[in-house]
Design a protein around this ligand. Structure first.
Ligand code: AMP
Ligand code: ZN
Length: 112
């Protein structure tokens, strides 16, 4: 999608610190980390948020979670949090589906 920051990152048009890449998914470290380990897992195809997931695109969402599990194991993350913000009130600032993966510190519940 034109003018989408994460589409451009997934395409390599904007630099990022890559964690993982395959034909469908890209993972990279968050530019403003909120935990000692904080990376984002995104589908390469443009999906605006969890609210835009449907039967036509849910396979890549499932693959995002396969990638999260694989990376968590490879990085030795025994405890971690996966977050996706949907809409501005929930804190979404980039309108391309992404899963935050955070680890390496104590976390509180409920989130703020
Ligand atoms: P959200 O606010 O849930 O939509 O998450 C967007 C995330 O993208 C935030 O945690 C930002 O720090 C992160 N972010 C924004 N621009 C970049 C970038 N160029 N590279 C890496 N992470 C970014
Ligand atoms: Zn996009």
């Amino acid at each position: 999608m034109m003018d989408c920051l994460f589409c451009k990152i997934a395409a390599g048009e904007i630099p990022s610190k890559k964690v993982y890449e395959d034909d469908r998914v890209y993972a990279f470290y968050d530019i403003d980390p909120q935990a000692p380990t904080h990376f984002l897992v995104i589908p390469k195809q443009h999906i605006a948020s969890v609210a835009a997931v449907d039967v036509s695109n849910s396979a890549v969402v499932a693959h995002c979670f396969e990638v999260i599990t694989k990376l968590a194991a490879e990085l030795g993350m025994e405890s971690f949090r996966v977050v996706s913000n949907i809409g501005e009130q929930a804190g979404q600032s980039v309108f391309h589906l992404h899963f935050h993966v955070l680890s390496g510190r104590d976390m509180t519940w409920p989130p703020g």
